[in-house]
Design a protein around this ligand. Sequence first.
Ligand code: PMV
Length: 320
Amino acid sequence: MRATSQAQPNIALIKYWGKRDAGRNLPAVGSLSVTLESLWTRMTVSFPADARADALTVNGRPDAGMLPRVSACLDDLLGVGRRSAVVDSDCNFPIAAGLASSASAFAALVVAASHAAGLTTGTLDLARAAGRASGSAARSLYGGLVELEVGEDDIRLVQRAVPSDWPLRVVVAVTERGPKPVGSTEGMTRSAATSPFYSDWVARQGEDLAIARAAVAARDFEQLAAVSEHNCLKMHSVMWTSRPPIVYWNRSTVGCMEAVRDLQRAGHGVFFTIDAGPQVKAVCLPESETAVREALGAVVGVQDILRTGLGDGARLVQPG
Ligand code: PMV
């Protein structure tokens, strides 16, 4: 009745922003992401016979703030008549700062909890359960390049490439360490209700996904770069034009975008993407990684640089 899992965050290149059905947490748009390799959440879940209530620690400390979402995800996965759980989570990167920590957390949770409870739930059903807790978490059940499709009733996930198919690198510039000012659920609700661009954003997502899918199939970096930056800027335009505006960027975010533009002009294979936070993720070809790391590290205000390749989906591991 105890299992340990590991999941890595994923970074969307074609973004999810907006919900079709808030109750079931069904996204309004499909998305396409890369699962990372060296950033991880490791989670141990057990159901001790004498546990009276769910308990959660994150990096060794009780986390009452996150506990209700963890309990709701366990109820959804195992039923409300389940035993109480003890959940211990460790994360090797900043939490709630736009680095997709909730994606790796809920992907790790569903894998460890289902095994600890003795279930043999398939990956798609685990992804759907993770996705009901945090939309982007569904993608972290799979590795490499992953597309999330939205059907009438539920999501589907398709692995478009395994990590070794296309060994891209991701350089993350951390420009601020605090938690984000507006959570993604609140932000999406606000955008849907107030941004004049929201309906266009939803209507045109299929075009961007088709271009990105074709780029992945052809390993066409330039095409993937162009559509990913466009889609990122479109999502942020929806955010900026929400009322009140949702602006996650700071000066260094913009400085990093300019640094990526300079690198592109110098001939490097690199593009940026930014999520619900101020960090800049630069996706690049392996031969450009050193130049990207140096350029982003030199931007004023950048506090840390994380580097990673593409990794596998959530899985069971030995407790460490
Ligand atoms: O999964 P959530 O609810 O944290 O939303 C994620 C939203 C973005 O990170 C901004 C985009 C994405 O597709 O991951």
